[in-house]
Design a protein around this ligand. Sequence first.
Ligand code: BMA
Length: 332
Amino acid sequence: MPKMQPEVFSSPVIHRYNGGEPVLSKKDIPYAADCIFNAGVAKFGGKYVMVFRDDYERAPWGGCRHIVVGIAFSDDGKHWDVRKTPFMTPETLQDPDVLRVYDPRLTVIDGRCYVCFAVDTKHGLRGGIAVTDDFEKIEVLSLTVPDNRNMVLFPEKVGGMYVRLERPMPVYSRNGKDRFDIWLSKSPDLRFWGESKLVMGVEDVPFANDKIGPGAPPIKTEKGWLTLFHAVHRDDTRGKHGWEERWTKCYHAGIMLLDLEDPSKIIGKSDVPLIAPETFWETEEGMRTNVIFPGGMILEDSGEVKVYYGASDTVECLATADVGDLLSLVTK
Ligand code: BMA
């Protein structure tokens, strides 16, 4: 039986932009939108680019009936212009098995922009990788077999191979429960993936008792790959948290450091959350409250790190921290 969690707080190195007010929410979207969240963000072609999840048409059970992925551009990473039409829809995949596309992450590798995304199909959850040069045309390079999602790409090859973190969802072999871990796979061409290795088990994260998964694509520092993940704590005594009938999970952002040459090796991690739900948008109002879902991390020349995260599956927020402070959390 999942245990009650003692109260947890965000790290003092984290500064919420604009007091935790969203950087993007439904009021900014020029088409149907109810919840705007779980965005991927990158710097590309002199702009900040954000691809975000848009759930729309609220249903009686508390969730939304449809999802598309939208796109927005910004000069400062804070104020966003949203394109008039969505960037990805289920039709983008041209596969009648596909039901929904969501939770996109962006990584720029050698001047091309790659999108990782989750795909719900009639036959399970898949993880996709696509590439675009102009955010108009998009070419799908690979899709996993079910069930796998939360994939993120490293921004360069390591040892001559492309690398991704991912989160398969073994249920049958883990007593039918959510006990999901973070894995790493390699590829020569972003299409064929293998040499898979376990990076971190859910049992290695003191503030998770349910599942963990990759967050934002890793950023390179002198000390290692700085990497965010989400960590889920389930407490069945939690009642209704959000619009849905029941929501007993709490999502935090965690942080770890992976070895530069062998990124399957953790060389440091924080045993407490980097971001825990605290503000109004993170705890009070939304589809599923108490959810912090990091999907974008940008290292600026100044040493500032921007962390973009979905809050309560309802809005997109931004927090900043100094890269040295983040490294001090994972290197003791
Ligand atoms: C996960 C995904 C995310 C979502 C999170 C919290 O399983 O569906 O898109 O943010 O749950 O609801």
